[in-house]
Design a protein around this ligand. Structure first.
Ligand code: PLP
Length: 404
């Protein structure tokens, strides 16, 4: 995806998130067909947390995707984007009574993070269907902060306690069930997913057989990675889906679980490589290191300072092949505000030049903040030859909306 960035900068200003509709659509189609080649009772529920812009949610909703939400705010984004409540999943953690009452009000499916979550819920109303998020004892992600399964994870029910949870729900009159896990994010290795699915099916199969339950769905979460670095090997989604479905079908057959729906909840895979962040150079400095300062920082794109994440940096209008080693930083008063450390950049960069950071469609704007009093950037959706503003740039005036 290469755009007329000068045009975008003059029309919408910088910093600017730019998303490509057709890329989101092709990512969705690729993932869907990879799974449907092996198991047809399958659906994708887009993880709204990756990019909650209603226009982005709508692109996926129009393709037939459901959604997974983790908070009442995300739920509201999905509903306002036109997703019908029967296509919404809610997977929160440590949910408050208010969170849970919104789930009841909208009558949506929920993956409970704990038996206590379910106990809090039944004080408010009995859900028609119960699914528990299982921590299968293993997890994997591109950074320890995004490993969400295993003994250090705050998420899910340890598999040793899972039977008790389902038994309690059944004793309390629940008749329909599902099972869920989400063990980590940004995995590029296809074999891990199949290993986790096999474990989930074994844990769930034993429980469901003992309690005489045929689950409606098995939700294996998201976590499908994208290559941020040129040396990363892209995830082979066809192989991944084949291996997952083999383990899934074997588990379903072994435990005679009927015909459960297989659900996935990808965020990053669907929107990550469909977005770029466009920024302008605001200052150049030669110090103990050389710095290129831009008008986007950890407040705009938090992933590099939060996880040491890498986003490829490009200067689309610099053709000079001579480079020097520089670090790209934002304007925030934290030394963690570095978007790229010690990389080769064109020697002739000047103030005002346009720069892009690749693969910024997931966990980019979603994690942005107004730290240091910097309003958040605008977002644009490109559809073929046309582009549309889908969130206006915040203004300094907007920062005063909430003071009393
Ligand atoms: C419950 C749940 N589902 C889905 C996702 C999406 O993960 P990813 O963007 O890695 O696919 C997350 C991410 O944290 C999550 O917590």
């Amino acid at each position: 995806m290469n755009y007329d960035y000068k045009n975008f900068a003059s029309e919408y200003g910088t910093p600017l998130y730019i998303y490509d509709k057709s890329k989101i659509e092709s990512n969705y189609k690729k993932l869907k067909s990879a799974f449907e080649d092996h198991y047809s009772h399958f659906s994708i529920h887009y993880a709204v947390k990756a990019n909650p812009n209603p226009a982005v949610i709508k692109v996926l909703g129009d393709m037939g995707s459901g959604v997974d939400c983790s908070s009442p705010g995300e739920l509201e984004h999905a509903l306002r984007a036109g997703i019908s409540p029967d296509k919404v999943l809610y997977t929160g953690n440590y949910e408050s009574p208010d969170d849970l009452s919104r789930v009841i009000k909208n009558d949506i499916k929920i993956n409970f993070d704990d038996l206590n979550s379910f106990k809090r819920m039944i004080k408010l109303g009995k859900p028609k269907r119960v699914s528990f998020r299982i921590n299968p004892g293993i997890g994997k992600g591109s950074h320890e902060a995004v490993v969400t399964g295993g003994t250090d994870a705050k998420f899910g029910i340890p598999y040793e306690k899972a039977f008790e949870a389902y038994e309690f729900a059944k004793e309390n009159g629940v008749e329909k069930f599902g099972i869920h896990m989400m063990t980590g994010s940004n995995n590029l290795e296809p074999f891990f997913f199949a290993e986790a699915v096999e474990k989930l099916l074994t844990i769930g199969g034993e429980i469901f057989n003992r309690l005489d339950i045929a689950p409606d769905y098995v939700d294996i979460g998201g976590g499908f990675g994208i290559p941020y670095h040129p040396e990363d090997t892209p995830l082979d989604v066809n192989l991944m889906a084949k291996l997952i479905c083999e383990k899934f079908k074997a588990g379903v057959a072994k435990y005679k679980l009927g015909n459960p729906e297989l659900l996935v909840e990808p965020g990053r895979y669907l929107v990550g490589n469909a977005g770029v962040l466009l920024a302008s150079v605001t200052g150049l400095k030669e110090s103990y290191r050389n710095f290129v300062g831009i008008d986007a920082g950890m407040n705009t794109l938090a992933r590099p300072s939060l996880y040491g994440a890498i986003h490829q940096v490009e200067f689309p209008y610099k053709k000079n092949s001579e480079t020097k080693v520089m670090s790209v930083c934002g304007q925030v008063c934290e030394n963690a505000d570095i978007l790229a450390h010690n990389i080769h950049l064109p020697v002739d960069i000047e103030e005002g030049d346009l720069m892009i950071l690749r693969d910024a469609g997931a966990y980019g704007f979603a994690m942005s903040s107004v730290y240091n009093g910097r309003p958040r950037p605008a977002e644009v959706l490109v559809d073929g030859e046309s582009s549309k503003l889908i969130r206006r740039r915040e203004l300094i005036e907007d920062l005063f909306n909430y003071y009393c």
